[in-house]
Write a protein that binds this ligand. Structure first.
Ligand SMILES: Cc1cc2nc3c(=O)[nH]c(=O)nc-3n(C[C@H](O)[C@H](O)[C@H](O)COP(=O)(O)O)c2cc1C
Length: 205
């Protein structure tokens, strides 16, 4: 099969397979605070790390959702780690609600203070990344016309890891933290097996 996204045959593929093909995707559980001081918490699976040294992440929103509006106003956001035990609360926090609704309260999540940014973080999350916005990009199509998404890129300025998720040899224990990932449609995944591979030595000719 081959199709062009704009003319997908909905009788054959009733739901867009893109997000099932580009999967699993990590979920950035983005907390922000509005200029009026209202906290916001929402999951974004158009999310990833895009740079190290400086460490950077991005999330991408279908239009100007509250997370983007708040990130633009405050130049800050926090990315909370979604572990399996937080999956239901993460889903709750995706509620479409007016901007005056604080999803920490709606999803009954305890919040913790950040060190360097004003937005709160999810206290139970195994890790959280405090970020300062570097760029907000309205995504264009290939022909230069305006697309629907807005991408927020941020530099990580602070990292929280709950001590119980640090192994004795000083690694983040992803096997214990059990990240929830997005698989497309209504599907989610969690890691089955984690295995190690050593990269080949540098080419010597
Ligand atoms: C697992 C999951 C991933 C999501 N990923 C995105 C995403 O990448 N971009 C987006 O615009 N919305 C995404 N959503 C929907 C938003 O979380 C939802 O619209 C939320 O209400 C946005 O809230 P806000 O306006 O307070 O930022 C996702 C929802 C779920 C449950």
């Amino acid at each position: 099969m081959f199709y062009e996204p704009a003319s997908r045959d909905k009788n054959v593929l009733p739901h867009d397979p893109l997000k099932a093909i580009v999967a699993p995707r990590p979920i950035g559980w983005i907390s922000t605070v509005s200029s009026d001081g209202v906290a916001n918490l929402s999951p974004y699976s158009f999310f990833n790390a895009v740079s190290s040294m400086p460490d950077m992440v991005m999330f991408s929103s279908a239009g100007w959702k509250d997370s983007v509006t708040n990130a633009k106003a405050t130049r800050e956001f926090v990315c909370n780690y979604v572990s399996e035990e937080l999956a239901a609360a993460m889903n709750q926090s995706s509620v479409t609600a007016p901007s005056e609704i604080d999803e920490f309260s709606f999803a009954q999540l305890e919040r913790a203070d950040c060190r360097l940014v004003k937005a709160p973080r999810v206290a139970a999350a195994p890790a959280a990344l405090e970020c300062r916005v570097t760029k907000i990009v309205e995504l264009d199509r290939a022909d230069g016309t305006k697309g629907a998404y807005v991408m927020v890129i941020g530099e990580i300025v602070g990292v929280h890891i709950r001590d119980e998720f640090i192994t004795p040899d000083g690694r983040f224990d992803a096997a214990k933290a059990r990240p929830v990932t997005r698989m497309g449609y209504r599907d989610y995944g969690a890691p089955g097996e984690i295995f190690e591979m050593i990269r080949p030595p540098d080419w010597t000719g």
